[in-house]
Design a protein around this ligand. Structure first.
Ligand code: PMP
Length: 436
């Protein structure tokens, strides 16, 4: 075996050079910290760089790591499958994706018949859900929220409501409605004005008949924007009245992350027509899925539709292990308990650091938003960037998010422990103290 080991140069210098020379700008440009990091190893909620420094991963590798880095049960399940048969497309039968489809369906609201179409990523699932909604309804227009993020493909970008994520020439037929941001939304706090805006938008910016509306049950890159009570169910009602489907994007918020629910849409008792998921499902193995009510997925079969890697048994084995680990290790409950303790710690920081305008979120989907002045709420991206850099010194990995890059977003692996909380809060405290 040793003879066949890939020879890999782990130095930062060599990797920097290769990225600069061989990566397209579109892939190499996005580097969060001023100085890059090479990560070599991960375990649970921790990461180690190539020099052996240990970090707490509050970002979960962009929310992909749900149950902990390189979780032994997930790795073993994937290895076992890869060694036996790495890939098997859906035109041949394989039990691994079939059983995962059954297990995913079981997590959905009862009383409906749910079916699954596997993809390789979140954007691909979003893309498919768009086609499904348009095919089922026969309508073209879609609604999405401002500050939404749904992915990098052309179709998913067309639903994304942050201009810095949208390239020119993306397809249209998407009307945007104000996100019900309870801290700085255009209509202030409350639910009703944002629901009224859906009706106004349908009657002004669409043909009046729509294919559907996409809503992240908690906006992720938008800066952890939770939907206020009654919003998701009210939106679904209005969308259905105009002939459309309600699509929940659970790519970031699903799998127990928000603590009280397995799916964040359950907070509002809404039953979506389509649910889109990815990231945490594979704990790092690439997989996405569209879960829809049977009758809604049906008309897509009238034309050929085939994702070459969709339902890849290696990723499906990993995903089955993820669902089992979430259950067996009580990770949704852990997210609820540890998230509540972390939120308390963040609120305490807000008392002591005047640049923190807002602290929000639930479970292990939390954020702090920086402002120049608490009364004007003017976003402060410079302070956010400075605190972010200091966090690196404190060996905390997190993310700058939101349309103004003024939010620090925390979406750690769901195994973050109660013992991590005080170290995280004191690290953040030092990061804020350093910049003031
Ligand atoms: N939806 C949401 C809410 C996301 O956060 C993302 C990715 N960050 C996507 C869709 C797209 O997923 P992917 O990057 O796997 O295509």
């Amino acid at each position: 075996m040793a003879d066949h080991k890939l020879s890999t140069d782990w130095s930062l210098e060599a990797t920097s050079k290769r990225r600069a020379k061989y990566y397209a700008a579109s892939q190499s440009k996005f580097v969060p910290f001023a100085d890059p990091i090479v990560f070599k190893k991960g375990h649970g909620q921790y990461l180690w760089d190539n020099e052996g420094n240990k970090y707490t991963d509050l970002l979960g590798m962009n929310v992909c790591i749900s149950v902990g880095h390189s979780h032994p049960r997930v790795v073993a399940a994937a290895m076992e499958q890869a060694q036996e048969l790495t890939h098997c497309t859906t035109m041949f039968y394989h039990p691994m994706p079939a059983q995962l489809a059954e297990e995913l369906s079981a997590t959905m609201p009862k009383g409906h018949e749910w079916v699954v179409h596997f993809t390789n990523s979140g954007a691909e699932a979003v893309d498919l859900a768009m086609a499904m909604a348009r095919t089922y309804t026969g309508n073209l227009d879609l609604l999405a929220l401002r500050t939404a993020y749904h992915g990098p493909t052309s179709a998913a970008q067309s639903l994304t409501g942050i201009s810095s994520w949208r390239h020119p020439g993306m397809p249209g037929n998407v009307a945007f409605v104000a996100e019900p941001n309870q801290y700085r939304g255009v209509f202030g706090p409350g639910t009703q004005p944002y629901l009224d805006e859906i009706d106004r938008t349908i009657s002004s910016a669409t043909s009046g008949r729509i294919a559907g509306m996409f809503v992240e049950s908690v906006q992720g890159y938008g800066g952890i924007i939770e939907m206020p009570p009654g919003y998701m169910s009210g939106a679904a009602q209005r969308v259905r009245a105009a002939g459309g489907l309600y699509v929940a994007d659970e790519v970031q918020s699903g799998f127990g992350r928000t603590g009280d629910q397995f799916w964040a849409f359950e907070a509002d008792d809404v039953v979506p027509d389509i649910v889109v998921m990815a990231k945490g499902l594979g704990n790092g193995f690439p997989i996405g899925a569209v879960v829809a009510r049977r009758e809604i997925a049906q008309p897509m079969a009238e034309k050929f539709m085939f994702h070459t890697y969709g339902a890849n048994p290696t990723s499906c084995a990993a995903a089955r292990a993820v669902l089992a680990v979430i259950r067996d290790e009580g990770l949704q409950e852990n997210a609820k308990i540890v998230g509540a303790a972390l939120l308390d710690g963040l609120r305490d920081l807000q008392q002591r650091h005047s640049v923190i305008g807002d602290v929000r979120g639930s479970g292990l989907m939390l954020a702090i938003e920086m402002v120049k002045d608490r009364s004007t709420k003017e976003p402060d991206p410079d302070v956010t960037a400075a605190v972010f850099e200091s966090c690196r010194t404190q060996r905390l990995i997190l993310s700058k998010s939101g349309p103004f890059q003024s939010v620090l977003r925390m979406v750690p692996p769901l195994c973050l422990s109660i013992d991590d909380v005080s170290a995280v809060v004191s690290g953040l405290d030092r990061a804020f103290s350093e910049i003031s």
